[in-house]
Design a protein around this ligand. Sequence first.
Ligand SMILES: *Cc1c(COP(=O)(O)O)cnc(C)c1O
Length: 796
Amino acid sequence: MAEKIQYTVQMGKEKEIKDASNGEVYDALTSIINEEINLHWHKTNEKYEEIQGKQVYYLSMEFLIGRLLENNLLNFGILDITNEALKKLGFNPEHIYATERDPGLGNGGLGRLAACFLDSLASLHYSGHGYGIRYRYGLFEQRFIHGNQIELPDYWLNDGYAWETRKEEEAVCIHFSGIVHMFKKSDGNLEFKYENTDKVMAVPYDIPIVGFQNKVINTLRLWSAEPFINDDYKGESNRDLDHEHSIEQISGYLYPDDSTYDGKILRLKQQYFLVSSSIQNMIKQFKKTQSLSLIHLPDKVAIQINDTHPSLAIPELMRILMDDQGFGWEQAWNITTKVMAYTNHTTMSEALETWPKEMLKQLLPRIYMIINEINERFCRDIWFNHHKLRELIPDMAIIADERIHMARLSIVGSCSVNGVARIHTEILKNKEMKHFYTVFPDRFNNKTNGISHRRWLLKVNPELANLITEIIGPEWIQRPKQMIGLLKSLKDHSILEKLYAVKQKNKLQLANLIYERTGLLVDHQSVFDVQIKRLHEYKRQLLNVFRIISMYNDLKSNPDLDIVPRTFIFGAKAARSYHLAKEVIKLINKVATMVNYDPDIRGKLKIIFLENYNVSLAEKIIPAADISEQISTASKEASGTGNMKMMMNGALTVGTLDGANIEIMDLVGKENMFIFGLTAEEVIHFYQNGGYNPNDIYNKDDRVRKILDQLHHGEFGTHDIEFKDIYYNLLSHSDPYFVLKDFESFIEIHKLVEQTYRNQWAWQEMSITNIAYSGYFSSDRTIQEYASDIWKIKPV
Ligand SMILES: *Cc1c(COP(=O)(O)O)cnc(C)c1O
């Protein structure tokens, strides 16, 4: 390997290896491995064509794939020899891998899930591929200035991207707007023709998805919008540049709206652009490789839509089947509803997507006609076949109140509707979507999320992976559930000591990173108490910072208080237009400045808010976490996957009974985690009965009153109105996420955390128990469930 790298640098850069920069060595390595990839990529595609099996397409507006070089080396089985070679040549492998840009083509959990699924599909020999958008600018880069979040553009393609291949010959044309003409054909059927449409080219860029040591290379195909080149256009001037610019905007930016906080016509264009190019492409592929009629499409293709963002795939497939392929409505509907499957990611009504009817009608006139017809037929079906639901038609109609309800369209147009954790699916069935569940009881099913144990354990925490292999042998890497074998070491002090040593080493590494990035020294013997996730009211970073303020207040009034030193680590981006979330970021930063430099605290508390939380940063923080804060308002977090990543790396969860936390508890037992707070049932009960009165807590609880008064009097800010919106949201707007209501319980559970941590044997036992059960949360398990229950596919 060393010679190969040396040679490639010499040939490519015309310089000796000793003079090469980290970036140049990175280039050499990617070109070496890309050669290998291309060979197997080609073979994989040939194999798929030869056996003509069923293909799965995962449609998602986001793919948060993270850096690829180290991952690809690992999956090819040459990571260790490459690391050795790099060291021999005088390079630090870490520094080489760190030169890769992190493609920020997603906001958070939903995009990261899509990436883990692709990894599992390839590693388990499934022919499953991703379709997404090649945004020129990924999610903004976050900086803090005076504690405020500043968003910088993330031009991740600046120096090119080594893993993509442009496939111009596979470009397709997308039509927007225009006029639809309807004709009656001689056989009585209708025919539709479009005129004066705005045409946009969709050019695919392919990224290889390397399976784990199995030579399978699947494809992530990302579409880029380009002007439609037509002879008529040549030689025209200014207007054209504007026109080109507006077209390129379609794949210009990822919308930083983790749930809602935005929604413009451009976003709708992006969605249609993704689904139209993807569906056209798969129909072409089907016709090229299969000698069957499109009637058999459901035997050969399954499409999973990741949340409602790609749900226009349903009317788009209808359009192509009817207008281009000549099917009648009934046949087209039969095919479409068998191919499509929908994953729901949220029950929060403000995050359920709807579009103004007029906007969609203007932009996509033919698609609008089809949605209208789907709606008419669905409403008629309820009227005639579900008498008890007649009165509820206005609440169920796809088009209602001048808006198009995308979740309703997705349910009606799919063969499967799944939630992403058991409690979430139950809430869908019994509350949020219960009328639809009455109509389509067989469609609803649960697929609890998962994470790639290859990336989130093998790659990010090699020392822990080695320890696991040392204890139970290497088979868990193929079958992660076998990690359960770790339970035999519960009482083995020599193993528990090793587990402790691995964590300490990871914490020391993170402490170094923190020092490099912030100049702050943290004690790697302190408890690393971690909350990393998008900033959202329902995720309750505010509750966490209130606890920290409370601990600070306690220490100020009693500096000799005997507490276990803690380092609080935060990572979180807020959507640009999400005012309250940005206030919370500023509050954490201000409290950090106050606490970190207060001599009375004597270093017992440190607050570190790392900038620009993304996959690469997560990979550094997670192996070093002692405590995983999963403290959402119960019923609000559909699943969470950060909780799984940290559990798999031996952190103990402090959490509410929400999302997948509940399933973690079912596995490890209540005694192996720290559960607190209102249950989902209690929260829902409060909502149904008009909430609770936070002023009661303000009046009763001295700690809460003190914190709120400090907020109000500007003790954390530079002026007294600085955090007034947080203050009023809690006291006047009745604390919609129950921050004050759960405060006491949160403080109490952390007393138990502290007590437990003082007994390191008990702590390490709990830690190894969590690791042992974490195999269930490998996305391999999730993908196997999708494959057998929804997609009906087998490994190739
Ligand atoms: C896993 C992950 C998430 C999701 O975290 P949650 O705690 O489940 O919200 C978000 N962002 C990144 C970068 C991740 O790796």
